[in-house]
Design a protein around this ligand. Structure first.
Ligand SMILES: [Zn+2]
Length: 64
């Protein structure tokens, strides 16, 4: 299952979508995105909790 985070759901006015193969990777990528795109200098435990709460699973696309 692909883990998906929609940046907008974190509270940013942003169409960014983070996709990763694990929750850990998705959280890392979201933290990096928040830093580089939104200028958030550190990702607090509250933000991580928020990210975890909005993480979604997306079924892999059918291959054919
Ligand atoms: Zn964003």
């Amino acid at each position: 299952m692909t883990k998906v985070i929609h940046c907008r759901e974190v509270g940013f006015d942003c169409d960014g979508v983070i996709r990763a193969n694990s929750e850990e990777e998705a959280l890392q990528m979201a933290a990096e995105h928040a830093k580089t795109v939104h200028g958030m200098d550190k990702v607090s435990p509250e933000v991580v909790a928020k990210l975890k709460s909005i993480i979604r699973e997306e079924a892999a696309r059918p291959t054919h």
